[in-house]
Design a protein around this ligand. Structure first.
Ligand SMILES: Nc1ncnc2c1ncn2[C@@H]1O[C@H](COP(=O)(O)OP(=O)(O)OP(=O)(O)O)[C@@H](O)[C@H]1O
Ligand SMILES: [Mg+2]
Length: 217
């Protein structure tokens, strides 16, 4: 596999990446480098290709051409809307999924993994909800559980699609605080967001328009 060297302090990079849906180009030649220890926000109008770019970074969407390089483990925090209503799992189950890589799908979590799962819930202030069905939670609580799942993965690259959109103020504040904590400990955090507060927290911005990174003016 072709692997380009990453710049120092970079966790991921895309080089001339193109992707399309049918004959429509969703990404049209993207070059980006994602810094470790920083929050990067992907901005742009509806349909600009923001979610597509995030999925390409996460490796969950194939590209037509170009090169993707990632150092370390990736956690992708899905949008709440992507989780089916009535899924019969508890909040702790949802968070535990993030740690599967540590103990395997069919084995019990060892004490260290269990501790990490509980700590992830503590950080999002949802431990008291651990036994509740995920589907009974409010939108803000669900998004916090999904971020806790991402933390449980202990990734180097943490990807989130509109993590604060439509949430109550306290959930949004907690999520932003955790994202800053993760970047402070060296994680490369990338979110798609329209939220001025999230954009204000970010060290880097990738402004997308029509599948291209808009030149800074
Ligand atoms: N499953 C799909 N099938 C066909 N076209 C799609 C699909 N998903 C996205 N697209 C198209 O690809 C382009 C980029 O979509 P994408 O979802 O990445 O945009 P976005 O910037 O995240 O938009 P939004 O702000 O609405 O979330 C758009 O033109 C969109 O219509
Ligand atoms: Mg989107």
């Amino acid at each position: 596999m072709l692997d380009l060297p990453l710049a120092p302090r970079a966790t991921a990079a895309l080089t001339d990446v193109r992707g399309s849906f049918g004959d429509r180009a969703a990404l049209a030649g993207i070059d980006v480098s994602i810094a470790a220890g920083a929050v990067t926000v992907i901005t742009g109008p509806n349909g600009a290709g923001k979610s597509t770019l995030l999925e390409v970074l996460g490796g969950t969407r194939p590209v037509s051409s170009g090169i993707r390089t990632v150092r370390g483990a990736v956690a992708f925090v899905p949008q709440r809307a992507a989780i089916p209503d009535g899924l019969p799992v508890s909040v702790r189950d949802v968070v535990r999924v993030g740690a599967w890589g540590r103990f395997g799908l069919w084995r019990r979590a060892d004490a260290t993994a269990r501790e990490f799962i509980e700590r992830s819930m503590d950080r999002l202030e949802i431990r008291s909800l651990a036994r509740e069905p995920f589907s009974s939670l409010s939108g803000g609580q669900q998004q916090r559980a999904l971020l806790a799942q991402g933390l449980a993965r202990d990734a180097d690259l943490l990807l989130l699609d509109e993590p604060t959109t439509g949430l109550d103020a306290s959930s949004a504040l907690r999520i932003r605080a955790v994202l800053r904590e993760e970047s402070a400990r060296g994680v490369a955090v990338v979110c798609v967001s329209h939220d001025p507060a999230v954009i204000g927290d970010a060290e880097h911005t990738i402004p997308l328009v029509d599948g291209r990174v808009r030149a800074e003016v």
